[in-house]
Design a protein around this ligand. Structure first.
Ligand SMILES: *[C@@H]1O[C@H](CO)[C@@H](O)[C@H](O)[C@H]1NC(C)=O
Ligand SMILES: *[C@@H]1O[C@H](CO)[C@@H](O)[C@H](O)[C@H]1NC(C)=O
Length: 280
């Protein structure tokens, strides 16, 4: 019963391991060990031919039966679809490709995507993680990420966005570092209802205030190298309740901002650690 073995795809892409039961190999008709040729780079993706899979990409391991049924998806000829994950890194893409409905994790790092459309992730009910690191994204339709009931992690670092889009309350990680997010770039009370939010990274932007209120779940707040000049004594703590302790928030980075943390000595009494930043 075929499935395990090595598949040499298009000369460069070597997939080894047990792939039985995965939708990704349907069409391979289980002839174990026989090399399978896929028409990479042909059929409408002429822009990618010859440039996509440079070097060897080695994928090994077993993919579960809940894998992406990508056999009919042109995206899975161009990208690598495995066990719910779709990898489209470094393919010179200029837009988000159509994704298999079962996608849980989508990676499109190091491409040339300039815009995220509302339709790009429509009806993606299972998506948990989107990673668009190092593209050329300038604009995102504000509701583009709002139809995803399971979305937890969004990484859009190293792009050119000036506005952080609306995000669902299910978020646990938001990384929008190295962008152009400024004064009006964050919705009012954007993070308040994200009761599972753990990591909020906005390093190297132009943010000029701490985006309060922050949920109690938050562990890490990275705001280094922004333009924050002011903090209030109740930014993190509760001045009316001195028993209030914000245990989780142990990692606050404010270095590289024009702020003097010594001016608000009462602002840290509820925190397990004093923020990192200038105290002089
Ligand atoms: C994005 O949507 C606009 C219409 O809102 C459309 O004109 C454009 O072609 C779409 N871009 C992509 C890359 O799908
Ligand atoms: C920072 O604040 C402290 C306390 O108010 C003050 O003594 C110090 O001079 C300030 N430093 C600067 C550089 O303004």
């Amino acid at each position: 019963s075929g499935g395990s073995g090595e598949f040499l795809v298009g000369g460069d892409l070597l997939i080894s391991g047990d792939l039985s039961g995965s939708g990704a190999t349907s069409g391979a008709s289980g002839s174990g060990g026989v090399p399978i040729e896929l028409p990479l780079g042909s059929g409408g993706s002429g822009d990618q031919s010859g440039s996509g899979f440079s070097g060897d990409l080695l994928i090994s391991g077993a993919s579960g039966s809940s894998g992406v049924s990508g056999s009919d998806m042109p995206t899975c000829l161009l990208c690598t679809c495995l066990g719910g994950s779709v990898y489209c890194d470094d393919l010179k893409l200029d837009s988000v490709p159509p994704l298999p409905k079962d996608t849980t994790h989508f990676y499109a790092r190091y491409n040339r995507i300039t815009k995220i459309n509302k339709s790009d992730f429509a009806n993606m009910n299972k998506l948990k993680r989107i990673d668009l690191t190092a593209n050329e994204i300038k604009s995102i339709d504000d509701r583009a990420f709002m139809g995803m009931p399971q979305l937890e992690e969004l990484v859009i670092r190293e792009n050119h966005i000036s506005q952080l889009p609306a995000l669902p309350e299910t978020m646990s990680l938001i990384d929008a570092s190295h962008n152009n997010i400024g004064t009006k770039g964050i919705h009012r009370e954007a993070f308040k209802d994200m009761t599972s939010l753990l990591y909020l990274y906005l390093t190297d932007n132009n943010v000029d205030y701490i985006p309060v209120p922050l949920p109690d779940s938050l562990r890490s707040l990275h705001l280094q190298r922004n333009n924050i000049q002011m903090m209030h004594e109740d930014t993190f703590c509760n001045l009316k309740d001195f028993n209030y302790i914000r245990n989780a928030l142990e990692d606050i980075r404010l270095d590289g901002n024009p702020i003097n943390l010594s001016r608000t000595p009462q602002a840290y009494v509820c925190l397990p650690r004093i923020p990192i930043g200038d105290l002089i």
